[in-house]
Unconditional design. Structure first.
Length: 317
């Protein structure tokens, strides 16, 4: 019997400039896309055949309705999602000619998530995934996020944390971000980082040294995604790089979310998720599959539409 994976965090609209190569001041047309790392993870789990529930807030507006419909269509349980009078959170993105991202963020309903004490009992024996892109920026969301984290600890849930660092949202406030993240790294069973995140949060440029610091903070399992080079796994007893598969990427959006969704889906099929803490052989096998899920996602446009099913994952070599 599969466990439920509770995914907590933001769900928002990404407006992506149609003609890349110029800044937002010159963009005239945008494509509406569903966004939000925790929501992507929830969809990744559900598309693989798992059970995921999304906890977050969107506005009582057409964009909020669109986002919830996307999750529902992808078999994510949205019964714990909330609707706010505040407008749905929006992000506008374009890539300039030099490859730098031009980003404007209009924060709205995601920060209005209210803590619901009745959810606590559902965490028992299940998995709680915390994606932190907007969750540490203040508002009711940060309060609810921290309380759900405490609930997950008291209910002995398996806790997964992804800092989802967005430099655009933390300009000149990186030290605040680091301090807030360390609380979650300290108590989470599994943490997923990009190389930049691992270096930022550890203060070390060397990958192995960075992981040692992250273990010292508290997390027993650390994975660092390295794009086409694969994923570095670090536990107190094992350090190894699991290679990825060769693909011709067209859009890397959501690859990291596909990776963590696939990994959590596999952990959710275990009798006890905590057993992965002592089985590095099984963890390595799971990461190899998760690498494939991330790679598949880059071969099509858009994060959620590109997430693989278990059949696609099994057929992909």
């Amino acid at each position: 019997m599969k466990m439920t994976v509770y995914c907590i965090g933001e769900l928002l609209i990404d407006f992506v400039a149609e003609k890349q190569g110029s800044d937002l001041s010159k963009a005239n047309q945008f494509t509406k896309k569903p966004g939000g790392a925790p929501a992507n993870v929830a969809c990744a789990i559900a598309k693989l055949g798992g059970i995921s529930r999304f906890i977050g807030s969107v506005g009582k507006d057409p964009f909020g309705s669109f986002l919830l419909k996307v999750l529902e269509t992808n078999n994510v349980d949205i019964s714990l999602a909330q609707r706010s009078k505040t407008f749905t959170t929006l992000a506008f993105v374009s890539l300039a000619e030099d490859g730098e991202r031009d980003f404007v963020f209009s924060r709205g309903a995601d920060k209005k998530l209210k803590y619901d004490s009745s959810i606590k009992k559902g965490f028992k024996g299940n998995i709680v995934h915390l994606g932190a892109a907007t969750a540490l920026l203040g508002g009711d969301l940060e309060n609810a996020y921290s309380r759900y984290f405490f609930d997950a600890l008291t209910q002995n849930a398996f806790i997964s944390f992804d800092p989802n660092f967005r430099g655009d949202l933390w300009k000149d406030e990186e030290e605040v971000f680091i301090k807030k993240c360390r609380t979650f790294i300290e108590k989470s069973h599994f943490c997923k980082f990009s190389l930049d995140e691992a270096q930022l949060l550890s203060g070390e440029t060397d990958l192995e040294k960075a992981c040692e610091v992250l273990h010292e903070i508290g997390s027993p399992i650390v994975t660092v995604t390295l794009g086409s080079q694969g994923t570095f796994i670090s536990t107190p007893t094992t350090k190894t790089t699991v290679p990825s598969v060769r693909v011709s990427p067209v859009d890397t959006t959501g690859a990291g979310d596909a990776f963590i969704g696939c990994l959590l889906f596999q952990i959710s099929t275990l009798n006890d998720p905590h057993q992965i803490l002592k089985n590095t052989t099984l963890l390595t096998e799971m990461v190899a599959k998760a690498n494939r899920a991330g790679a598949i996602t880059t071969t099509n446009f858009g994060a959620i539409p590109s997430l693989p099913t278990w059949e696609q994952l099994s057929d992909f070599e």
